[in-house]
Design a protein around this ligand. Structure first.
Ligand code: ZN
Length: 363
């Protein structure tokens, strides 16, 4: 039997450090820098300070890592990057009434002042004054992140951290699929990057009858089929468009979800779309594209939707319902996890294509 030694009295007062570990865009060039002395943000009266647990690395973070023309023109040097995360509320501002410390949360990263036309009419995701965390202001590749309480999303207890860390891109996929109204329709997904793959499992869960996909990478095509695609085509062989038409009453698919941001895929996708179909465009193009609007939009009589972000917060509720339904297959999409300190390896794993969705553990 052991002797119980007297223990020192534990003081329960919070002792949050004043500095934190973080990844910052330290110069107008490539990569990020790991620092351990970034000041912990101080929440304003209506802000929530969140202790970050896990973060997702996005395609946007790749642009920032590689410091391409878009990043150079948009990202302020010195900010903490990252916008996909799950964490626990550490502290709330004096005017916050909806949340309390200890709650597990994620957040909508698009921050608006709720003053412009779209914010006040149910379309805050396309507000003219949007500031995005990790892009326009400090983000979540850090031990703590601060957001307005309106942006906080409480995460359901049954959703694991690994998935809760990537609700931002999953929300992009859900918004695209729901906007295009895929139930009982044939769907073509051009480009099976992270959000393209997510949109396949979302479209299947949302009742799409058949899902076709295109991608240059045979591994991604195989995964697309595993996630529910009826058929996945190599877009370099033009024959696939005739094949899709043959499968779809000789006319083409009902819905196109453009996820590649490649001009060839854009044209091919619209060629495979039936007259009167709906196209939802999410993939971002590296430069302006040449596209036959007469033939592919006007004479087709199709509907074209530009998709940006996630609806606040309709998409988040839809996403939670889909996750709780158990019908989303995300295990094969979130492929790697590294500690924050291995950020270099984490980014390289994503950029090389070896990893699909790469997550970093912060706390
Ligand atoms: Zn993202």
């Amino acid at each position: 039997m052991t002797t119980l030694a007297a223990r020192p009295i534990e003081v329960s007062a919070p002792h949050r450090p004043t500095t934190m570990r973080a990844l910052i865009k330290h110069h107008a060039g490539t990569e990020l820098q790991f620092v351990s002395n970034r000041p912990v943000p101080t929440p304003g009266p209506r802000d929530v300070l969140i202790r970050v647990k896990k973060v997702g690395i996005c395609g946007t973070d790749r642009h920032i890592w590689e410091w391409d023309a878009w990043a150079a023109g948009r990202i302020p040097v010195g900010i903490v990057t990252g916008h996909e995360f799950v964490g626990t509320i550490e502290q709330v501002g004096s005017a916050v009434t909806n949340y309390k410390p200890g709650q597990r949360v994620s957040a909508e990263g698009h921050i608006t002042a709720w003053k412009d036309y779209n914010s006040r009419t149910g379309n805050a995701h396309i507000a003219s004054d949007t500031k995005i965390i990790g892009i326009d202001r400090d983000g979540c590749f850090a031990e703590y992140v601060c957001v307005p309480e309106e942006n906080v999303w409480p995460v359901h207890a049954s959703i694991p951290d690994k998935i809760a860390a990537v609700l931002d891109p999953l929300g992009n996929a859900v918004h695209t699929v729901m906007a295009a109204n895929v139930s009982a329709k044939s769907v073509l997904v051009t480009g099976t990057g992270i959000i393209g793959l997510m949109s396949i499992t979302v479209a299947k869960a949302a009742g799409a009858s058949r899902i076709f996909a295109t991608d240059l990478d045979p591994k991604r095509r195989a995964l697309a089929k595993k996630l529910g695609a009826t058929e996945a085509f190599d877009p370099r062989d033009d024959q696939w468009i005739a094949d899709i038409r043959k499968h779809c009453r000789g006319e083409g698919v009902d819905v196109l979800l453009e996820m590649s941001g490649a001009s060839t895929a854009l044209t091919q996708g619209f060629e495979a779309l039936r007259n009167g179909g709906t196209a939802a465009l999410l993939g971002l193009f590296g430069k302006p594209v040449t596209f036959d609007i007469n033939k592919l939009v006007i004479f087709k009589g199709c509907t074209v939707l530009g998709i940006n972000g996630r609806k606040m917060f309709e998409t988040w509720y839809q996403m939670e319902e889909l996750l709780l339904s158990g019908r989303l297959e995300l295990e094969d999409i979130v492929t790697h996890e590294f500690p924050l300190e291995q950020f270099k390896k984490a980014h390289e794993t994503m950029i090389s294509g070896e990893g699909i969705k790469v997550v970093m553990a912060v706390n």
